[in-house]
Design a protein around this ligand. Structure first.
Ligand SMILES: NC(=O)c1ccc[n+]([C@@H]2O[C@H](COP(=O)([O-])OP(=O)(O)OC[C@H]3O[C@@H](n4cnc5c(N)ncnc54)[C@H](O)[C@@H]3O)[C@@H](O)[C@H]2O)c1
Length: 333
């Protein structure tokens, strides 16, 4: 089995790649290694992957269609897991262009290439942020997603539409993966839990938005990886005899959207207090109003994923935080 992973120097791409490499799968990684956050963290992730003989890496930007195609034709992956993207809600308000290029143009290029080399299954990272201002919890894949509140979320929703059109026109099998606030070792330094940890350790004040009155479906990285791996062979098909209740399978394309979350609501203040208690430090907080672009709360209904794959997220947030901090303290000494 040959799998191409875009964004393999990124948080989720790295963990998916490592798990597959351990199983002996041939993994081809690509990433631009951009400097949105600490490049040395991306290089550390890559140095772990490069220890595996079955790993090949090329530095490519998604925008470079020619180079991407050359690489894809050379390796002919049966599966593509597309996880390279410009992430981050806040930054997308200030720098929308990079989101447009990486997420919309970049995914468009991946779709064209997957179609040219006739990939058996293309899996694309989307986000819970596409549910935007929705008020019906938990979020289900069949819910309407018409009201994104950040440009980042809008680019993610756009990739879902682009992917559906390709899948419909060319019968390209595609699964969209809507991740819910992913955290864990080798995580993203721009994310709130990472910033909180750094500040609590330094005795600095942390900014808590909307007075902490919001919750997130924090999902530990191992559960995300497990969900993705379980889906690799669950290729959406229009001829499938199996019918699932509330299925998001398109009626006209081998295309399905799936939530991958922990399915528990964790209030922000509980998350922060667990971090503080584990670090045995004092907490200094500054309460601020809701930030532009942020969604109020997220909660995943992952029952469709469970029915299709047996997915069962195992990591309670307190256990996940302990594992994250163990890594953080040893990595940053
Ligand atoms: N981490 C989360 O909580 C979360 C939640 C929802 C959705 N997602 C989505 O999951 C995917 C992976 O996110 P992540 O958390 O691993 O982010 P990440 O930033 O750690 O990884 C993304 C990688 O893509 C690379 N990249 C960015 N633009 C590129 C381009 N134009 N060409 C080539 N490489 C490029 C970056 O260098 C980075 O290494 C993304 O699609 C993201 O939107 C993540």
């Amino acid at each position: 089995m040959r799998i191409l992973i875009t964004g393999s120097a990124g948080f989720i791409g790295f963990h998916v790649a490592e798990k597959l490499l351990k199983k002996g799968t041939k993994v081809y990684g690509i990433d631009s290694i951009n400097n949105y956050y600490d490049v040395s963290l991306k290089k550390s992730r890559l140095s772990i992957l490069k220890k595996y003989k079955n790993f090949t890496f090329v530095k490519i930007k998604l925008e470079n269609e020619k180079k991407l195609l050359k690489y894809a034709i050379k390796f002919k992956p049966q599966i593509i897991i597309h996880l390279a993207a410009q992430a981050g809600v806040r930054n997308s308000i200030k720098n929308p262009d990079v989101y447009f290029n990486s997420n919309i143009l970049g995914t468009f290029n991946i779709l064209k290439i997957a179609n040219k080399i006739k990939t058996k299954h293309l899996l694309i990272g989307s986000s819970s942020s596409v549910y935007g201002a929705n008020k019906k919890f938990p979020f289900q894949e069949i819910d309407k997603t018409d009201h994104q509140v950040s440009f980042y979320a809008a680019t993610k929703k756009s990739t879902e539409s682009l992917a559906h059109s390709f899948s419909s026109l060319w019968k390209l099998p595609i699964t969209m993966l809507r991740f819910f606030t992913v955290y864990g070792p080798y995580g993203r330094p721009d994310m709130a839990y990472f910033i909180f940890t750094k500040k609590i350790l330094a005795g600095k004040t942390i900014k808590v938005f909307n007075k902490g009155k919001m919750y997130r479906d924090y999902t530990y990285i191992d559960d995300i990886v497990d969900g993705i791996l379980k889906l690799l062979n669950k290729v959406p098909s229009l001829n499938s005899k199996k019918k699932y209740k509330n299925d998001s399978l398109s009626p006209v394309a081998p295309f399905r959207i799936l939530n991958i979350g922990n399915t528990k609501k964790i209030f922000l203040l509980n998350f922060i207090n667990t971090l503080k208690n584990e670090l045995k430090k004092n907490l200094k907080t500054k309460y601020l109003p809701m930030q532009k672009g942020d969604v109020h709360s997220t909660l995943s209904d992952s029952s469709l994923l469970k029915k299709i794959t047996g997915y069962n997220p195992k990591t309670n947030y307190k256990v996940g935080i302990k594992k994250f901090l163990k890594w953080y303290l040893s990595y940053y000494k």
